[in-house]
Design a protein around this ligand. Structure first.
Ligand code: ATP
Ligand code: MG
Length: 304
């Protein structure tokens, strides 16, 4: 996997990784960017993606065997940016027992009776597992910020809802992620950065193609009217929560083939940093194995 071409892709992806949010501007990132790769490179990108997925599958096996680390992949995006299909591709080879995907929709009344991180904390992957959040606690500073009536539904005492509430939430999220990292959870956050024009094109395709009609929701068009507010909310969220321990990746999302390759490459790079390997047996464990082997062999001779 770590061949020259992968290293080249990794170099393309490196600038998309935001480890310090200060001064971050979404306008500096082009949703149509393909890091110099042309449509003609699509086939190669596809092949590289397949190799990345294969490598990830092997890594997941070691992650599980070692049982030290967990990996949390957070996906956030505007509608039709390709969260679902990116998740599908990236996880395509992974042993289902080692991976979970949780989609977060509008909170239930039970969830609203708890602090806002409650429902997310319950779904953080266990050691040895890869957990994917399709939307996440970031919705609490995105959709809830854009539609402040949602904040009213969270049953907070008015004394707690001050003008600092978003800053407080950013700080709490940063602290929470630091806590996760200190407990062995690798936290990577992906913003699939789609342009407004490409969203429109994809919505129209969903309307015009009967096989894609089911993907369309009239609510999506209503949300589109808040496009600028969402972009601003994303920019502010990334500015306040991109840290070296839990970086954001701003992934150009107008070209799906590039989105998938960029996400897979970023994951390969980050998991590669864990230097995973199968557990090495100590002398006592090796003696136990030798004894078990001898027992089995003796049983075979005795016809058992
Ligand atoms: P898709 O459209 O691809 O099926 P989706 O993630 O857009 O996937 P939907 O059921 O369309 O799923 O939308 C879920 C909605 O729930 C989104 O509009 C999202 O903003 C909203 N949501 C998620 N978390 C919260 C939250 N904490 N508070 C309020 N709304 C939330
Ligand atoms: Mg939707």
């Amino acid at each position: 996997m770590k061949n020259g071409r992968h290293r080249q892709f990794a170099r393309y992806v490196a600038p998309l990784c935001i480890t310090r949010g200060k001064g971050f501007r979404l306008a500096d990132f082009d949703p149509a960017d393909t890091a110099g790769l042309k449509s003609a490179d699509k086939a190669e990108a596809k092949e590289a993606l397949a190799r990345g997925v294969e490598w990830l599958t092997e890594q997941q096996d070691m992650l599980y065997a070692q049982d030290h680390w967990a990996v949390l992949l957070v996906f956030q995006a505007m509608d039709a940016a390709g969260k679902d299909s990116t998740i599908k591709h990236v996880t395509s080879g992974i042993n289902p027992q080692g991976c979970s995907v949780t989609s977060f929709k509008q909170p239930s009344s039970e969830e609203l009776d708890h602090d806002y991180l409650w429902r997310y904390m319950r779904n953080v992957p266990a050691r040895g597992q890869i957990g994917i959040f399709n939307r996440s606690y970031y919705e609490e500073v995105l959709v809830v910020k854009v539609h402040q009536e949602l904040l009213q539904r969270q049953k907070l005492h008015p004394s707690l809802v001050t003008r600092d509430i978003w800053k407080e939430r950013y700080a709490d999220i940063v602290n929470y992620e630091r806590y996760l990292v200190r407990n062995g959870v690798l936290v990577l956050k992906f913003f699939l950065h789609l342009s407004r024009g490409e969203q429109k094109r994809r919505f129209l395709e969903r309307l015009d193609n009967p096989a894609k009609n089911w993907k369309f929701s009239t609510a999506d068009v209503a949300e589109r009217a808040h496009w600028d507010e969402y972009q601003q909310a994303y920019e502010e969220a990334i500015r306040h929560t991109a840290t070296p321990q839990a970086p954001w990746y701003v992934i150009p999302a107008d070209n799906k083939w590039f989105t998938r390759l960029a996400v897979a490459t970023a994951i390969v790079e980050a998991i590669g940093g864990l230097q995973l390997h199968y557990p090495v047996m100590g002398p006592a464990a090796r003696r136990d194995l030798a004894r078990a082997r001898a027992q089995l062999a003796a049983g075979r001779r005795a016809g058992r």
